[in-house]
Design a binder for this molecule. Structure first.
Ligand code: PRT
Ligand code: ZN
Length: 299
């Protein structure tokens, strides 16, 4: 690691790692890893990579050991609240971009035997969680006086072991809670992978590497759901058809050789194009509908 290269902290392995490496690959970066698997290096931009446990990433960036990091927003917020920092504290790491993967929710969950799903039923109860600061802040906002028992993993077994009455844990599909006889009753925090940046200015060369990386990341995120839609439309239905294309700005309308009644419409749709939308387009008279993926976008 040198000062001339941007230092990026990433999860070594786990639920964030696949999405992170996939994102970097789509940004055109190939990462070579050192034998010890603690360091990596991007070939195409001056970026050094530190491979760590996700829990260490906020501190590494807060303390300036790394310039940027990719971590779950749940872990970042828990760290921030735990350190008693404000969201806009200029001396702490800041959220730069939401990355749209590793989506999950931190949820309060109670044994299915509890009669009520109301927040009030957690009053005076003991709640096992790996996120005591987020949980406590939520309970305070809701005016519920309950205590938390911090656990670093396997939170869902706490009620069975009588360590706690209920849990506050990360939920993705809900299968884990279900398998342990627990029901989710309230969302404490919505999370996804985020990119965070250390406090203070970067050196000019690191700033330039950071700007390149962010432009590429923004492009990958923008093109994720984006599709290039091409179709033929009856001339009189153009306005209705354009109105149906999700998130399409200023579509191109082209004349078709030898046809006065039909035109071609080409549009970039930045929101997901569902089958049901295609069916509606067809009902409005659209034909020869093509939906093509977009690999890269730069505004
Ligand atoms: O080893 P390291 O400390 O780096 O990793 P870790 O084991 O602490 O974290 P890891 O890799 O499990 O998760 C990293 C991040 O991924 C989390 O901080 C979240 O931001 C995000 N994420 C997304 C999840 C999940 N989905 C998820 N389903 N984190 C954890 N889970 C667990 C949850 O704790 C529960 O045990 O999966 C189980 C529930 O899943 P469902 O599908 O049954 O609801
Ligand atoms: Zn962890």
């Amino acid at each position: 690691m040198t000062d001339e290269r941007l230092r990026l902290a990433l999860q070594k392995s786990g639920r964030l790692a696949d999405g992170t490496f996939d994102l970097l690959k789509k940004c055109g970066l190939s990462i070579s890893r050192a034998k010890d698997n603690l360091y990596g290096r991007a070939r195409e931009l001056p970026i050094d990579i530190l491979l760590v446990r996700d829990d260490d990433i906020p501190s590494l960036v807060d303390d300036g050991v790394c310039d940027i990091g990719i971590v779950g927003e749940n872990v970042f917020e828990e760290h921030r609240l735990g350190r008693g920092r404000e969201a806009d504290d200029p001396a702490a790491a800041t959220l730069v971009s939401r990355l749209g993967f590793a989506r999950c929710r931190l949820m309060l969950a109670a044994p299915k035997s509890w009669a009520s799903d109301d927040l009030g039923s957690y009053a005076a109860k003991r709640i096992a969680t790996s996120y005591p600061a987020l949980t406590q802040a939520f309970l305070n906002r809701a005016g519920v006086a309950a205590s938390t028992a911090e656990m670093s993993g396997s939170v869902e077994i706490a009620p069975k072991l009588k360590i706690a009455d209920a849990v506050c844990d990360i939920v993705s599909t809900g299968a884990t809670l279900e398998a342990h006889g627990l029901k989710p009753t309230a969302t404490v925090f919505d999370s996804e992978a985020i990119l965070i940046k250390r406090p203070g200015a970067l050196s000019p060369s690191n700033q330039s590497a950071f700007d390149s990386l962010m432009t590429r990341i923004d492009g990958v995120i923008a093109s994720r759901n984006a599709k290039y839609v091409m179709l033929n439309a009856p001339r009189e239905a153009v306005a209705d058809i354009v109105g149906l294309l999700p998130g399409a700005e200023a579509p191109t309308v082209l004349e078709l050789a030898g046809r006065d009644d039909v035109v071609a419409i080409h549009a970039v749709c930045v929101e997901e194009v569902f089958w049901s939308t295609l069916e509606e387009l067809k009902r409005l008279g659209a034909t020869a509908i093509l939906v093509a993926p977009i690999e890269k976008m730069m505004p």
